[in-house]
Every structure is written in structure tokens, then in C-alpha cells.
Design a protein around this ligand. Structure first.
Ligand SMILES: NC(=O)c1ccc[n+]([C@@H]2O[C@H](COP(=O)([O-])OP(=O)(O)OC[C@H]3O[C@@H](n4cnc5c(N)ncnc54)[C@H](O)[C@@H]3O)[C@@H](O)[C@H]2O)c1
Ligand SMILES: [Zn+2]
Ligand SMILES: [Zn+2]
Length: 347
């Protein structure tokens, strides 16, 4: 089979590999139907993640059909169409028992990170019973792919950690795919105001279409802070979500909170940030962090299937066939130029 493979920092290629085999009775083999590329893949390719072995197949998102099944898998049968979660979980270790699947003792984020991932014609999924989901009949497969990673991330690490409540004023810093996912799922909780902040006017325009009440370009951070205060009655926002992963955007979050406010950090930070506890403590500020567990996936499947979150398809800007996966990577990498948000790769 063919697999998009990480060769060494800055180098990927499609190479021919052996078909994956069942290794444990809890595994299944999935024949891929659709996958996508994540910003995290770009981090891996650039060499930011030295734990990733050379020769690994990338990808931790997608939809596929079960091709082969381990003896002890009970939830699925050959031929079932399934959503692959970006997080693998055994379902019975002490972290899984707390729904903290991100830290499963025999899983977590391993797909396309420590074991071969979904940007290949076939993939082995360990602990299949707890790491795959049947797809409701009426759902569009492209939309379902958005439930592997970005929608649960936006909901769990942005909206739920940030404790968004009816009437709240939110600021979402970063309107990439994950920022847009927080924007879509925050609307479950009827916030009064959602201010989306980014440097890219195209992305801000999309945010407006998908439910942002206001948008702010933060090219000039001081002017942006002033504008956010104007938009939040001069007191600052109830929840600031950091969905970028840079010191500058974390800093912005610390400067726009009202007393009692919450920072929900979603961005993956490669460099340390300055935490201004000297200002935050007296304002009763809460800070949350986290790696997505995808424990919200069953709920998201039901709500999307019932038509309770709309416009998810607007996140998908490009389609490629697997033959053109290198072109897809190129398009995704040059998002500023190509205006790519999520690209779908069809097998
Ligand atoms: N916590 C988790 O479990 C988890 C899971 C998935 C992704 N992530 C992280 O979430 C973050 C967002 O992911 P994404 O795929 O949407 O990334 P992305 O790079 O597509 O989007 C980031 C956005 O931030 C904007 N931006 C950059 N600098 C800015 C600045 N100074 N001010 C305002 N906006 C700025 C960019 O224009 C871009 O639109 C990444 O750090 C990613 O690694 C975290
Ligand atoms: Zn991802
Ligand atoms: Zn576990």
C-alpha cells in the first residue's frame, strides 16, 4: 500500500509499505476513505517533535471502512464505516476511567505520532472498541472528518475548559481550523458576544459568517486590546481562548480579561510564555490547559447528525485525491497564499 511518510526533518514522500497486520486481539485494520492534514503534521515535518520516528506514516484524522478485525473487538464488524479519533484509548486504565483518554496508559495521541497514522491506504487502530465510532447514516463523510480532532478540541479545551455560559463575552484568539471549531461549538452555550481575533482578514471574514459577533485584526496588538475593551463594555471579556500557540497571543489573553475571567489555552506552545500572576491573582483569573481527550465525540456525532451545528463544511476549502497528497501538503503548508483551512484527501 502507499503511505505518506515522514522521512527526516522537512522531508516527506509517498512510499510503498507492507499492509498493516492485526498485532493484538483489540486491533482492527481500517481501509481509509478520507483523511486530512493538521497543523500538528506541519510541526512534525519541520522537525519540532524529535520523538516522531523517521519512516512513520503521518495523519491522525479520518473516516474509513473496517477491513479486518481482532478476535476480542465487539463493537464493530468488517464493512462498518467508522470515524477514527485522533486519540487512542483502552477504556479501562485509570485515566480512561476518568474520561481523560488523552493520557491513556496504552494510547493517547499515538496515531501519526508514535505509530503509523491515517495518511495511508490502510491503518491499524489499537483498542478499536474505544477509539472508533460508527457514523450515523445521514452524515456527510467530509464533515465527519472534522470530528476526529478539531471539533472535540475546540469544544473540550476551549469551550468546556473556559466554562462558556449564556450571556458571556468571549474572545477567540486565532481563527484557524481549531479557532473556528471553538467558534462553532461555543454557540451551544449562547454567549452574548463572540469576538474573533486574527491577523488574516480572510479568516476573520469566515468567522463573521460562522457566528462571530465582532472581529478584530490584531496586527497592532495595543489597538486590538483597546478595541476588545470597547466591545466588552470597557471591562474586558469573560473568557479568552488562546488558539494559536505563541507568546504574543497568550500575552494578549492575559490583558483582555474582566475580573473573574478565564483563559482557556488551546494552542500548543513551543516556547515559554510570561505568566503575569502579579496582575492576574487580584482579578480572580482562572487558567486552563489541556490535550484533547475526544470524550465529547459521541455527543458531537449526535448534535451534528441532528443538524444542531451548521456550516462545518465551510471549514473545508480544498479536495484532493490520495494520488495528489503531496500537492495537498503543499497547499496546506502555504495556507496564507492558498487560503486553505482544512483539505480533504479522498482515497
Ligand atoms: N490542545 C489540543 O489538544 C490541541 C489539539 C489540536 C490543535 N491544537 C493547537 O491549536 C492551535 C491552533 O490550531 P490550528 O490548526 O487552528 O492552527 P493555525 O495555525 O491554522 O491557526 C492559527 C491562527 O492564528 C493566527 N495568528 C497567528 N499569529 C497571530 C497573532 N499574533 N495574533 C492573532 N492571530 C494570530 C493565524 O493567522 C491563524 O489563523 C495550534 O497551536 C495547534 O497546535 C491544540
Ligand atoms: Zn491534529
Ligand atoms: Zn486507557
Amino acid at each position: 500500500m502507499r503511505a505518506l511518510t515522514y522521512l527526516e526533518p522537512t522531508k516527506i514522500d509517498v512510499i510503498e509499505k507492507e499492509l498493516p497486520k492485526i498485532e493484538k486481539s483489540t486491533d482492527v485494520i481500517v481501509k481509509m476513505l478520507k483523511t486530512t492534514i493538521c497543523g500538528t503534521d506541519l510541526h512534525i515535518i519541520s522537525g519540532d517533535t524529535p520523538e516522531v520516528p523517521k519512516g512513520l506514516t503521518l495523519g491522525h484524522e479520518g473516516v474509513g471502512e473496517i477491513a479486518e478485525i481482532g478476535e476480542s473487538v465487539t463493537n464493530f464488524k468488517v464493512g462498518d464505516k467508522v470515524l477514527i479519533s485522533c486519540i487512542t484509548s483502552c477504556g479501562h486504565c485509570e485515566y480512561c476511567k476518568r474520561s481523560l483518554y488523552a493520557h491513556c496508559k496504552d494510547g493517547g495521541w499515538i496515531l501519526g505520532h508514535l505509530i503509523d497514522g491515517t495518511q495511508a491506504e490502510y491503518v491499524r487502530i489499537p483498542h478499536a472498541d474505544n477509539s472508533l465510532y460508527l457514523i450515523p447514516e445521514n452524515m456527510n463523510d467530509d464533515v465527519v472528518v472534522m470530528l476526529s480532532d478539531i471539533l472535540p478540541t475546540g469544544l473540550e479545551i476551549g469551550v468546556l475548559n473556559g466554562q462558556v455560559k449564556p450571556g458571556d463575552t468571549l474572545a477567540i484568539i486565532g481563527a484557524g481550523p481549531v479557532g473556528i471549531a471553538t467558534l462553532l461549538t461555543a454557540q451551544f452555550y449562547s454567549p452574548a458576544k463572540i469576538i474573533v481575533v486574527d491577523l488574516d482578514d480572510n479568516r476573520l471574514e469566515l468567522a463573521k459568517k460562522l457566528g462571530a459577533t465582532d472581529t478584530v485584526n490584531s496586527k497592532n496588538p495595543e489597538a486590538a486590546i483597546q478595541r476588545i475593551f470597547e466591545l466588552s463594555n470597557g471591562v474586558g471579556v469573560d473568557v479568552a481562548m488562546e488558539v494559536v500557540g505563541f507568546p504574543a497571543t497568550f500575552d494578549l489573553c492575559q490583558k483582555i480579561l474582566s475580573p473573574g475571567g478565564r483563559i482557556a489555552n488551546v494552542g500548543v506552545h513551543g516556547a515559554s510564555v510570561e505568566l503575569h500572576l502579579e496582575d492576574l491573582w487580584i482579578k480572580n483569573i482562572t487558567l486552563t490547559t489541556g490535550l484533547v481527550s475526544t470524550s465529547s465525540t459521541p455527543m458531537l456525532l449526535k448534535t451534528v447528525s441532528a443538524g444542531r451545528i451548521n456550516h462545518i463544511e465551510e471549514l473545508i476549502t480544498h479536495h484532493f485525491s490520495f494520488d495528489d497528497i503531496l500537492k495537498a501538503h503543499d497547499t496546506f503548508k502555504n495556507a496564507a497564499k492558498t487560503k486553505a483551512l482544512k483539505v480533504i484527501i479522498d482515497f
